[in-house]
Design a protein around this ligand. Structure first.
Ligand code: NAP
Length: 248
């Protein structure tokens, strides 16, 4: 019987886990351990890093993993690079499940930057009310611009951010346009900072910013080397069944 290792931490990974469970597949979902209370899953889960490429390759050999699916976040570049190298080392076929990028449309006012350091610079010197729609790991970069007010939203309240003027909302998506409009208005937000994560669950903030005419500092995705990838759970299942990527 095949044994699938699913690298997760995303909505897509959870959806795939549900589909694998429904088919009775032998599969393990792996979390990095960044959130306090990850979603309950329909397949077994493990938590924590593997110990680099060697650790991941050794895990796959030890556990008899036959298929590796990288459904991590598009900004989780290190684990994706590790997955490619470990898959080669262990002789395990790899497929990435990724979401398409968001694309700027009519009415959007995007300022595209390469990383969060550049995003800080684009906020300017004048005190501004900013919705920082980023994960906890990159918030520290904004400590160098303490003149701004930052609205933050995390999935849990662990480790309060070291930003002098901020308000933390604890919430887990998906979010609605009406909800995002209300949030931006309530906190009189003037600028949004977001990562180009893609997907539908986090899209509403961009639609809300467009509706309110707010500029969005958009952090582009990090580079991940080319690899076999698909954009849907159905296409992953097809790959498992037929061993080829057919772009379902
Ligand atoms: P990263 O920088 O690419 O990875 C750092 C290290 O964390 C990896 O080298 C690996 O440690 C461990 N790791 C990452 N994902 C793992 C997983 N699914 N299972 C086991 N170990 C994992 O990753 P990151 O950006 O910190 O993201 C961590 C997790 O959060 C990912 O699972 C990702 O899907 C999720 N996430 C990230 C973002 C984001 O914006 N970065 C947003 C939403 C969700 P070892 O080298 O020791 O194996």
């Amino acid at each position: 019987m095949r044994h699938i290792l699913l690298l997760g931490g995303t909505t897509e990974a959870s959806a795939l886990a549900t589909a694998l469970a429904a088919r009775g597949e032998r599969a393990m979902l792996s979390y990095a351990g960044r959130t306090e209370a990850p979603r309950v899953q329909a397949i077994p889960t493990r938590v924590g890093g593997f110990g680099g490429v060697e650790g991941l390759a050794a895990y796959m050999i030890r556990e008899g993993v036959t298929h590796l699916v990288d459904a991590t976040h598009p900004f989780a570049a290190r684990i994706s690079a590790n997955a490619m190298a470990a898959a080669t080392a262990a002789g395990v076929p790899l497929l990435a499940l990724t979401r398409p990028e968001w694309v700027e449309g009519p009415g959007d006012r995007w300022i595209r930057v390469g990383n969060t350091g550049e995003a800080v610079a684009r906020l300017g010197f004048e005190p501004t009310r900013v919705f920082l729609a980023l994960g906890r790991q990159t918030i520290g970069d904004f400590a160098s611009a303490p003149q701004h007010f930052y609205l933050l939203r995390f999935v849990d309240a662990a480790a309060p951010p070291a930003l002098p003027r901020h308000h933390l909302v604890v919430d887990r998506g998906p979010f609605t346009l009406a909800g995002e409009l209300a949030l931006l208005r309530e906190h009189r937000i003037q600028m949004v900072v977001a990562k180009n994560a893609g997907g539908s669950g986090a899209r509403a903030k961009l639609d809300a910013a467009r509706e309110l005419g707010l500029p969005v500092v958009m952090v582009d995705r990090p580079f991940i080397p080319p690899r076999p990838q698909v954009g849907s759970v159905a296409a992953v299942l097809d790959w498992l069944d037929h061993g080829v990527v057919r772009g379902v």
